[in-house]
Design a protein around this ligand. Structure first.
Ligand SMILES: [Zn+2]
Length: 331
């Protein structure tokens, strides 16, 4: 494992194309992290801005927008709320201390007069209570809410770390978020930005066909197995097994690089487990050139030899190539 790291350490960051992307943390102003009232990338899903008051007549596109606004408001006010009614055309909340006389409440409805927009119809005024529940982890700061807040960040950089998400959320709302909750929110955000995991695998054959169409001479090999459900083979579906692909320009370029192929693998941590294998080479300036890729079930002998035979067949027929990998012979 340890994809690239040992290899890249010889290359150095300056002349390596993979390091030229600006890292996400460069956007943070470390000198004045608390002076920003609203962090870049934290989304507000409506015209209503965080920090704005809620009032009668305020309109929203959807019920979800109302819910998000109420959550933002409560988070900023260090308060929480209880849902009184939540239906297709009504959303109503109140302060948990309403029995002790706190007037804070809100009722929004979907108005057919306003083209089915949502509008606040009742507003009790600001809290008069002091909520004793200033806990570490706000119960309304759930993964769904965090997901909406971090969509922009995830769109900008899908590899954003969980700790950075935790930091951003606690910086914004003054509540700590557990690692688990932040992780869950990130998974949801990735799904929303990139689509569902199973949809992505469904798209794979079309994506590969299109790749070959746009870049003639490129090759892919997709292997599937029978799909078995309740011990019966379902002929309507096939199950993904493994895929190999390479781009024609990369194969052409291999004629002019060092006769080295470095192979490394990394686990995939998505919904579907597997291993991504990558074959790279180096040009005369020690720049890394990716040659071929494969998604396989694991780093088994069968998967490795399948990958190598595809490289031999589609990438190079040259003799005397040095193969570098971290795979040990006894595995
Ligand atoms: Zn209250």
């Amino acid at each position: 494992m340890g994809i690239y790291l040992t290899f890249f350490s010889h290359v150095g960051p300056s002349n390596n194309p993979f390091w030229t992307e600006t890292p996400h943390y460069s956007y943070i102003d470390w000198n004045h992290p608390d002076q920003e009232s609203w962090y870049r990338g934290l989304d507000v899903p409506n015209s209503w801005r965080v920090g704005d008051e809620l009032y009668i007549g305020l309109r929203f596109h959807t019920k979800n927008d109302v819910q998000m606004a109420v959550k933002h408001y409560s988070m900023n006010a260090h308060q929480t709320f209880v849902v009184v009614e939540s239906g297709q055309r009504v959303f109503s909340v109140k302060c948990p201390n309403s029995n002790e006389g706190c007037p804070w409440k809100l009722r929004a409805i979907m108005s057919s007069k306003l083209n089915n927009k949502w509008v606040i119809k009742k507003w009790g005024g600001t809290h008069t209570c002091i909520n004793p529940m200033l806990s570490q982890d706000h119960n309304k700061l759930d993964s769904e809410f965090i997901c909406c807040c971090i969509l922009g960040m995830v769109r900008e950089d899908a590899s954003i770390s969980i700790s950075l998400i935790q930091e951003r959320i606690s910086g914004q709302f003054n509540y700590k978020v557990s690692y688990r909750k932040a992780w869950k929110a990130k998974q949801k955000a990735i799904e929303r930005v990139y689509g569902d995991w199973s949809d992505s695998y469904d798209l794979l054959p079309r994506w590969l066909d299109r790749m070959v169409e746009c870049c003639p001479g490129s090759v892919y090999k997709l292997e599937t197995t029978e799909y078995v459900s309740n011990n019966i083979v379902d002929p309507n579906f096939r199950q993904f097994r493994r895929v190999f692909w390479t781009f024609k320009p990369a194969c052409d370029a291999f004629n002019y690089t060092k006769p080295i192929i470095q192979i490394d693998g990394t686990f995939l941590y998505g919904k579907y487990r597997g291993t991504l294998l990558i074959a790279t080479t180096q040009d005369g300036n020690a720049r890394v050139l990716p040659l071929a890729f494969a998604i396989v079930e694991g780093e088994t002998l069968s998967d490795w030899s399948w990958f190598l035979s595809n490289i031999r067949r589609y990438v190079t027929r040259k003799q005397g190539i040095c193969l570098i990998s971290d795979r040990r012979g006894n595995e």
